[in-house]
Design a protein around this ligand. Structure first.
Ligand code: SF4
Ligand code: SF4
Ligand code: SF4
Ligand code: FES
Length: 932
């Protein structure tokens, strides 16, 4: 059931067609052609009774409750399936209609439990509402005949219950699963009286293809599909609009509450990035916010081997500030630094970098975005002039070819994954470039035209070869290049890319992709009006991550696929606020808005506002902080909402560095792996406990609103203010709105952003300023932000991480739908039951060679370390490549990863690690052979 407060117009809006004029119950109005009579009536304030229609789904016309009278039309047409015609005269109320509708309702109610007062949907049930609306007083058929009232419930899903006794077979759930989610898990099985909703082949929901997105539950007009939290707690009483705290899609939600407790999270129909859809994480995995593991009191300890001691906020903050100052006095101003969080709000991130620069007096601030999308920032800024995506998500509706590179959107960015699937079902062609057969390569009604299954680490060779084909086969858009790009740079680049060593035939031995397949993909990409690239960490987390971003920018410019809806180079950001944390000046060389710290003019604007002198020298990146800690010159670290022990590569190195520090201050909601090496624990707040904003993958700034009080007393921005004040640099803000005002005052791309504007517009995409007061959905429309687009030579240089006889396989990593990053949130919800452990996927040939059975325990060994995982034998892999997720701390994948990183940004090369896998049962043989 959708949120109480959402208006339902019955059928989707139609746009684009010329308006027509109709008269409904004597009122004349103009609506776009193609609009249904039902929607037109709703627009005029007339709610026609309905059951099978809802405005998130195409009309179906099965319930016959929405009948109307239309002058000149025979009978009583269904208003949901009847489009308006110019001059049409419609009556929605008459004696005859009332009788017909009562008759329909009578039939429904005669096969429906009459226990409204104890039903979980009571007060928010469309069947109940419609019975009232049509004036049903009696049911003449009795309840003694055949009915479905004893049908058993399906309680297999941890998130919702299916009660067939309450099902009216309206098919809304089936259509939601198809149209909105694109999973096709449900059908209406049987005919007539025997019709019923079936998941997959009559399986329980939990065993079916269902991915628990909740779209069916939301569309159900009765209590047939109901969230378990609503069954347990009853209907919510009020709602607060906020933004999901998980991934970079940034779905808007209504947090619905009863009293002070959250009862359910309902995706917001008005959400610009999700349009009322959600995934299993945002929809159902929010219970971690009140999990007993939450840290509720500040704690300190002098040494990491001491037990934690709960203390007051005053003592914890005083101790942290005292230690950081002591370290600076003893080891120098640069001996301390901070790490900002891509999970926290823009305002909180902004304050941490301000604290480091203004209160600690250096630029030693960095963010976990370093380990995911820093090459995106570098590459897109160099090529186009802005470190961010070129489009909004809705742009995909206009794409004719969608190229997905190194991303797995149906699992990592599921709501956008559904939008992609919808567009492909409408006819767009799909090219996937990925070492593994990700889900979207083949799904019901979706199939990739080309899957270029390349070897990990050969992205740049691949993108160069694609551009080579476009250029040498005369498929380039030279008009675009001439008008929009730097001619000198292009000339140098075209000579490079045309060289035979960049041809598909020349790179085939490296990439493993047949040249003919690559040529066909290049031709397809270049041959359509609109081609769009979407990419993820499979692009960036490589030693040539930045080169690959530049390579994609080259290809997009070469084909003129920049500057309008349907095209672009689009990073899919991992965490909810990766984009925002980068925008807010989290890097050691950049102030907010990506302006270099050495720029005296920019720096002086901040110095005036912050009333402090700033260090003009860039500070240390996270890897440099760790190296400096081992050298003895870096001793204190303030970490907001991050877990570097798990998220940074080469965990042994990180642990040794943290051990070498004298004061690690950790601000987090749980005692994570890094907490083992911390001296001060400041209990942070979850996204439900704070006010602020997140910026999603589309540069969209959305409000995060406080739904419940912070469990430990303070929102994260308040904690940073307390610490700053204790360091002698008070930062006084009454509300995060004031922090945003400061950001806007100091950052040209945010100049027009304010909480008042966000309230009025719902959300806004930066740049938002005098030139674009309502924000910028599509960038680089008439010119690139940097002026002329820059082609850059992208020479393929193989990674230094090589397979050898001892480490013959390449390990690469990714995510699955139900879990999120290192799992600290999702593992503390019912999602844990859906993915109990990380598995090592291995191709059947590789498994057979090593005598590995499905489910067997394996030692996974790299030059850096060893960890233990269970095998999943999977033909989705290619021979020579193994894959795992990293959602469980026990998996310790980063014990294996190497020190290699992107040449420009130090983004670690997580996606390529040479390993060997050995079944535990054969470990002794292996060790004897290796170490005779
Ligand atoms: S489960 Fe709900 S949405 Fe699905 S057919 Fe039954 S009543 Fe309609
Ligand atoms: S929860 Fe989502 S995937 Fe599962 S049946 Fe419902 S709509 Fe389909
Ligand atoms: S797609 Fe991302 S933002 Fe949306 S509900 Fe799922 S996790 Fe949250
Ligand atoms: S709402 Fe129109 S037929 Fe059901």
């Amino acid at each position: 059931m959708r949120s109480h407060s959402d208006t339902d117009f019955g059928t989707p809006a139609r746009a684009g067609a010329p308006a027509v004029t109709i008269t409904i119950d004597g009122i004349m109005l103009a609506v776009p052609g193609g609009t249904s009579v039902m929607r037109a009536a709703a627009t005029a304030g007339h709610k026609i009774p309905k059951l099978c229609a809802t405005d998130s789904l195409e009309p179906f016309g099965s319930c016959r409750l929405c009948l109307v009278e239309i002058d000149g039309a025979r009978g009583f047409p269904a208003s949901c399936t009847t489009p308006v015609r110019d001059g049409m005269i419609v009556r929605t109320e008459s004696e005859a209609l009332a009788k017909l509708r009562r008759g329909v309702m009578e039939l429904y109610i005669s096969d429906h439990p009459l226990d409204c007062l104890t039903c979980p949907a009571n007060g928010n049930c469309e069947l109940q509402e419609m019975a009232g609306a049509v004036g049903l007083r009696e049911v003449r058929y009795g309840y003694l005949g055949d009915n479905h009232l004893d049908s058993p419930k399906d309680e297999s899903s941890p998130f919702f219950t299916f009660d067939p006794a309450r099902c009216i077979v309206c098919s809304r759930c089936v259509r939601a699963c198809e149209e909105v989610q694109g999973t096709f898990a449900l059908t209406i099985d049987g005919r007539g009286f025997a019709s019923k909703v079936a998941a997959s082949q009559h399986e329980p929901f939990a065993a079916s293809e269902c991915v628990a997105c909740g779209a069916c539950v939301q569309s159900c007009p009765t209590a047939a599909l109901t969230e378990n939290t609503v069954v347990a707690s009853g209907q919510p009483e009020r709602s607060v609009v906020t933004t999901c705290g998980y991934c970079g899609v940034g779905c808007s939600f209504k947090a619905e509450l009863k009293g002070e407790s959250v009862v359910r999270m309902v995706p917001n129909q008005d959400g610009a990035s999700n349009h009322g859809h959600a995934c299993v994480k945002g929809r159902f995995a929010w219970g971690y916010a009140t999990h007993p593991d939450r840290v509720r009191s500040p704690m300190i300890r002098a040494r990491i081997d001491d037990p934690w001691r709960e203390v007051s906020w005053d003592e914890a903050i005083g101790y942290a500030a005292g230690e950081l100052r002591r370290i600076q006095t003893r080891y120098g101003r640069g001996a301390v630094g901070g790490i900002t969080s891509s999970r926290c709000t823009n305002e909180e991130t902004y304050l941490v970098q301000k604290l480091v620069r203004a209160a600690l007096g250096n630029n030693n601030v960095d963010t976990c975005a370093r380990v995911c999308h820093s090459p995106t920032g570098y590459g897109l800024k160099l090529a186009f002039g802005t470190s961010a995506t070129t489009q909004d998500f809705d742009s995909v509706r206009y794409a004719d070819v969608i190229m997905i590179i190194g991303a797995n959107p149906t699992e990592g960015h599921p709501v956008f994954g559904s939008a992609l699937k919808r567009r492909i079902r409408e006819g767009a062609r799909l090219i996937v470039i990925d070492p593994r057969q990700i889900e979207i390569v083949r799904l019901p009604h979706v199939a990739a035209t080309h899957h270029l299954k390349l070897r990990p680490g050969t992205n740049v060779a691949m993108i160069d070869a694609l551009a080579h084909v476009v250029l040498t086969e005369g498929l380039a858009d030279f008009d675009f290049v001439r008008e929009r790009c730097d001619p000198r740079e292009f000339d140098i680049w075209r000579r490079f890319i045309a060289e035979p060593r960049n041809s598909p035939e020349a790179v085939e031995p490296m990439t493993g992709v047949p040249a003919s397949e690559l040529r066909a993909a290049a031709r397809l990409y270049a041959s359509v009006p609109n081609a769009a690239i979407y990419y993820g960490l499979g692009v960036t987390e490589h030693s040539q991550g930045s080169t690959m971003v530049l390579g994609m920018a080259n290809l997009a410019m070469l084909t003129g696929n920049i500057g309008r809806p349907g095209v672009g180079v689009n990073p899919l950001r991992g965490q909810n606020n990766v984009q925002g944390s980068c925008d807010m000046g989290s890097f050691p060389h950049e102030l907010p808005g990506y302006r270099h710290i050495s720029d005296a003019q920019v720096r002086s604007a901040f110095e005036r506002d912050w009333r402090v002198a700033l260090d003009p020298e860039p500070g240390l990146r996270i890897p440099n902080m760790m190296d400096a800690a081992l050298d003895g010159s870096f001793k204190g670290l303030y970490i907001q909402g991050e877990d570097p022990v798990q998220s940074e590569p080469d965990s042994h190195h990180v642990i040794a560095a943290l051990r070498a520090m004298e004061c690690v201050v950790l601000q987090d909601i749980f005692l994570n792996e890094t907490a083992k090496f911390a001296h001060v624990m400041l209990p942070g707040s979850s996204f439900l406990e704070k006010n602020g904003t997140f910026t999603n993958s589309e540069r969209r700034i959305s409000r995060v609103r406080k739904v419940m009080e912070p469990l430990a007393g303070f929102q994260d921005w308040q904690i940073t203010c307390l610490l700053s004040a204790a360091l002698g640099y008070p930062m006084d803000y009454a509300h995060p709105a004031e922090i945003m005002d400061e950001i806007a005052r100091l950052t040209p791309t945010f100049a027009g952003v304010s909480y008042a504007k966000l309230e009025a517009l719902g959300s806004v995409q930066w740049p938002c300023n005098d030139a674009a007061p309502a924000g910028t959905p599509t960038m680089h429309v008439d010119r690139f932000v940097r002026g002329l687009g820059k082609f850059t030579i992208t020479e393929y240089i193989p990674t230094e991480e090589r397979t050898t006889a001892r480490f013959p396989l390449i390990l690469t990593t990714g995510r699955i739908l139900t879990q999120y990053n290192v799992g600290s949130q999702t593992r503390r919800t019912a999602n844990a039951s859906l993915h109990a452990e990380d598995l090592l996927e291995i191709h059947p040939h590789d498994a057979e060679q090593r005598g590995i059975r499905d489910g067997a325990w394996l030692d996974v060994r790299s030059r850096k370390g060893v960890t233990r995982l269970r095998a999943r034998i999977s033909p989705r892999m290619q021979p020579g490549v193994v894959y795992t997720t990293f959602h469980h701390p026990e998996s310790q994948t980063n014990l294996l990863t190497t020190e290699f990183s992107d040449w420009a940004t130090n983004c670690p090369e997580y996606k390529v690690t040479a390993v060997e896998v050995v079944p535990i049962a054969k470990l002794e043989d292996y060790e004897r052979a290796e170490h005779p």
